[in-house]
Write a protein that binds this ligand. Structure first.
Ligand code: GH3
Ligand code: MG
Length: 456
């Protein structure tokens, strides 16, 4: 992994020591020797991460952190505060100002590098999601809904009930979220889709040493809990396993004895980050959904349908029937009942078609009043049978439109082509289906026509 790291310290020796460690791990290092210098370089060099000394003559690291976090240009850059004195007050203060971690000098190299990796990984994910969100936005898809978010659901999994009860009381006193204590053996079995905790606080050691680390891997590998935030609690100064926990995907780590204030701020940060990622992920998923869907009928759109047809044809050994369906004299429907009524008819037609097909069949709206159907595992007889069913489903009963339920009758013509061999390209087979459709139109409409064996 590469990344650019801004090292801020007024003492040159400290900067150089840090630079040696980071360069050895292949990071690019930029240095700043004062608070003012740090603010300037954060903007001009766009680092991926900032290591920030707390005690500096011109400006405290806490102030620098505060300014970085309130400037939209630099707010997203993770910050690790580094200090000689590890008093609780400044630690909690720093975390509240938006710092991602607080390390004490002399900095343990293994712990530092693990923390750097984990923060850069989190940032990469955010970036990727944001990029996709921007793409969705540029393509004109809706923004993710800014719904109200209730309090976070927090699960505590500890070695024995003692510490868990104490954490629970402290977190509830701080209104950190809805807290429950979960027994180690129940964590993986207990949760369904709807009641998955947003965040797990896990002791590294439970019934056996490293049980917490194993549990963390399990949570990260299961679809239901994969995106939950995790905070790992380790014995004091256990930097080595802290590094392992971070590399396994823990969002944050904390050492015993657990300080309630610190736990509460760290949880708040983790929950905030998780919600941001959830929101981005939802937007991206909705955007993707919109990108392949026809908004009037909810069917796959042309782009998706044609692309998917290519893929279906790419799987040899299965007979595939491709059908072009076109409503008859649809222009007349619009002329007579209005365009809105026409839209309503198209939506109902789509529903009727869908109801006749299996989920593995492809159905898309590929033109105004033109649909594409592709059915795997279909021979001549079955294709004719399905097409006939579709034709009847659309044309046999009038469609009731509007508040007064105006009955509108439409019929549909169908052209079918069977994929002849593996070489049959989507374009060739669509052409044959289209020619067959033209045949149905020429013969009087409301008909199904099968393309002759080969038009080639
Ligand atoms: P044919 O039987 O030969 O297919 O006759 P037709 O009138 O259906 O065919 P034509 O291609 O002449 O006209 C298609 C009409 O479909 C024209 C257009 O007004 C209508 N149409 C296309 N897309 C939409 C749509 O999204 N909504 C509505 N309401 N009408 C549409
Ligand atoms: Mg038509």
């Amino acid at each position: 992994m590469t990344g650019r790291i801004l090292v801020v310290d007024d003492v040159a020796t400290n900067r150089i020591v840090m630079k040696v460690k980071l360069s050895a791990a292949c990071y690019e290092v930029v240095q700043a020797d004062s608070g003012a210098d740090a603010l300037e370089k954060a903007r001009s060099h766009r680092p991926d991460l900032i290591l920030l000394d707390v005690l500096m003559p011109d400006m405290s690291g806490l102030t620098v952190c505060d300014r970085l976090k309130s400037d939209p240009e630099t707010a997203d850059i993770p910050v690790i505060l580094i200090t000689a004195m590890a008093d609780k007050e400044s630690k909690v203060q720093g975390l509240e100002k938006g710092a991602d971690d607080f390390l004490t000098k002399p900095v343990d190299e293994v712990a530092l590098l693990a923390r750097v990796r984990s923060l850069l990984r989190a940032r990469d994910t955010q970036r990727e999601l944001r990029l996709r969100e921007e793409t969705c936005a540029e393509l004109g898809f809706a923004e993710g809904a800014g719904e109200f978010e209730g309090p976070g659901k927090i699960a505590l999994v500890a070695s024995d009930a003692g510490p868990a009860v104490a954490w629970k009381q402290a977190l509830e006193a701080k209104r950190a979220g809805i807290v429950q204590i979960v027994a180690q053996e129940n964590v993986l079995a207990d949760f369904g889709q709807s009641d998955t905790p947003d965040l797990f606080v896990i002791s590294a050691d439970m019934a056996c040493r490293n049980d917490g680390l194993r549990l963390l891997s399990d949570l990260r590998s299961r679809p239901i809990t994969r995106y939950a935030a995790t905070v790992m609690v380790l014995p004091a100064a256990d930097c080595e396993r802290a590094a392992i926990a971070l590399d396994l995907g823990a969002g944050d780590i904390l050492y015993e004895p657990v300080d309630a204030d610190e736990l509460a701020v760290r949880i708040r940060t983790q929950l905030r980050r998780k919600r941001q990622s959830d929101r981005l992920r939802t937007t991206v998923q909705e955007g993707l959904q919109l990108a392949v869907t026809d908004s009037l009928t909810g069917l796959h759109n042309r782009r998706y349908a044609l692309h998917h047809l290519e893929r279906m044809l790419g799987h040899p050994g299965r007979g595939i029937a491709v059908m072009m369906l076109d409503l008859d004299f649809f222009k007349d429907v619009n002329d007579r009942y209005g365009h809105a009524a026409g839209d309503g008819v198209l939506a109902v037609v789509a529903k009727r078609l869908r109801a006749q097909l299996r989920s593995m069949d492809l159905l898309g709206r590929i033109g105004g009043e033109e649909f594409l159907v592709a059915i795997p595992d279909a021979d001549h007889a079955r294709a004719m049978d399905v097409a006939e069913r579709l034709r009847v489903a659309v044309g046999s009963t009038p469609i009731l439109i509007g508040a007064d339920k105006t009955p509108i009758s439409v019929t549909m013509s169908v052209g079918i082509a069977l994929a002849q061999d593996y070489e049959d390209s989507a374009a060739a087979i669509l052409l044959r289906a289209d020619q067959a459709l033209y045949g149905s139109k020429a013969e009087g409409r409301n008909l199904v026509t099968m393309a002759t064996a080969s038009a080639a």
